[in-house]
Design a protein around this ligand. Structure first.
Ligand SMILES: Cc1cc2nc3c(=O)[nH]c(=O)nc-3n(C[C@H](O)[C@H](O)[C@H](O)COP(=O)(O)OP(=O)(O)OC[C@H]3O[C@@H](n4cnc5c(N)ncnc54)[C@H](O)[C@@H]3O)c2cc1C
Length: 403
């Protein structure tokens, strides 16, 4: 039987581990955390991510946890529209927008349910060693045990130990901004004014706030963990203060912004807050596949192509990676056939993600505009070409799974 070791049980690792197991691979999943769990924020799953989940056989699971994505309109801090939602919504040339928003823990549960019964799951295992040598099976170890398999998938995130060993030329670099996310459960969420239910994005001087609704107040809605999800980005570095002090700063930074942003921040509790170090890989590795013996290693998700969150595509691309790898190795057997499939994985994935990394940087530069003159020029440009931001994301959204 073909064997695989997957390092990391984030969105990418869980998706690929389940996909390989369902197509007859014997899979071992190694996770350094003491259990498999998602964090308590949310994610927008864009149409490419939705298609990837369907291609992975997880469409029904997604439908059970999904809420409609927020409007794609963009506002100024005073609430005035920079890009009207109906203009932004007309960006996709390939049919209606099927983006959804999901609670990360719900998505995690869906992916864990998709692992099935046969996977060997080892939690509390932090991979520290990587064995790549000409004729041997690829292997990874934690200093006490070594796991080897025909295929080792490195899905261990932006600071991937496996990537550091295989592609040392790529380094995780701070993206120059700090980001926070939270979900306020419905029972203590503020009442939203008429029209606010569309959620959406607001841009200020380098600051950015967006929110979305998970399910509906008073019902489980699409999500079993409903509430108001919000994400804020500000220029600068990761903030080291305790959560209560970070929340006080966020309330001050966004104090004059249009409703219901102030109410949302007032209803947020320090324990709701998750701060993320925002980093991207520079450069992205030259290859995502490293042959070893009759198989080899592949990099997947943030381990291969971590990018800043400006397009909000990281998890969707990890799901695309998983769907692509599953399709390429479906019929491959260890030896030349598997090695070629892994090379094909790089050929298919790398040009696409490299393009999206570039788009994400461009959009990040638009969002980061700071200072009166620059912000005025940015807002004027968005007024004249309201589809500018949406087009940047269209390349990502239009992906189709391999047949
Ligand atoms: C503010 C913000 C908003 C975002 N919004 C969106 C969005 O709306 N939509 C979207 O698609 N993406 C979004 N993203 C991006 C998305 O969160 C990431 O790209 C995605 O979670 C990456 O998944 P992953 O599985 O590749 O890595 P990770 O989620 O980082 O998972 C890596 C796993 O590997 C484990 N691990 C690490 N090292 C080891 C080791 N040595 N041994 C064993 N296990 C190890 C970790 O514990 C973890 O479980 C956002 C990101 C940020 C910062």
């Amino acid at each position: 039987m073909r064997s695989a070791v997957v390092v990391g049980a984030g969105v990418g690792g869980l998706a690929v581990a389940g996909a390989l197991a369902r197509t007859g691979w014997q899979v071992t999943l190694l996770e350094r955390g003491d259990r498999l769990r998602g964090d308590s924020a949310a994610l927008v799953i864009w149409p490419n991510g939705v298609r990837a989940l369907y291609a992975l056989g997880l469409g029904a699971g997604l439908d059970a946890i999904a809420s409609p994505a927020p409007s794609r309109g963009v506002r100024r801090p005073n609430g005035q529209w920079l890009v009207q939602p109906d203009v932004a919504a007309g960006e996709d040339e390939d049919g209606p927008d099927s983006s959804v928003v999901v609670h990360r823990e719900d998505l995690h549960d869906t992916l864990v349910a998709g692992l099935g019964e046969r996977i060997d799951i080892r939690t509390g295992v932090g991979v520290r060693t990587v064995r790549l040598s000409g004729g041997d099976l690829p292997g990874v170890g934690d200093g006490r045990t070594t796991w080897e398999a025909d295929l080792v998938v490195a899905a261990d995130g932006v600071d991937s130990i496996v990537r550091r060993r295989l592609a040392p030329e790529s380094t995780a670099v701070a993206a120059g901004c700090a980001a926070w996310r939270a979900v306020i459960p419905w029972y203590r969420a503020p009442k939203l004014p008429e029209g606010a239910a569309t959620g959406g994005e607001t841009l200020g001087h380098g600051h950015r706030f967006r929110y979305a609704l998970l399910g509906e107040r008073g019902s489980a809605g699409g999500s079993s963990r409903g509430g108001i999800y919000w994400a804020a980005t500000v220029p600068g570095a990761y903030r080291p203060e305790p959560s209560a002090a970070q929340l006080a700063l966020l309330r001050r930074w966004f104090a004059d912004w249009h409703g219901p942003i102030g109410d949302i921040l007032a209803a947020t509790e320090p324990d709701d807050l998750i701060q993320h170090p925002v980093a991207e890989l520079r450069p992205i590795p030259r290859t995502f596949a490293f042959p070893s013996g009759p198989g080899g290693f592949v990099l997947l998700g943030d381990a291969a192509h971590a990018m800043s969150h400006h397009l909000g595509q990281g998890a969707c691309l990890a799901l695309e990676d998983a769907a692509t790898l599953r399709s390429l190795v479906h019929e491959a057997i260890p030896g030349r056939s598997l090695v070629s499939a892994l090379e094909e994985y790089t050929a298919t994935r790398r040009p696409r993600v490299a393009r999206i990394v570039r788009q994400s940087r461009r959009v990040g530069a638009v969002y980061a505009a700071n200072g009166n003159l620059v912000v005025r020029a940015r807002n004027a440009a968005l007024g004249l070409t309201p589809r500018l931001l949406g087009r940047a994301g269209a390349v990502a959204r239009q992906w189709r799974p391999p047949s």
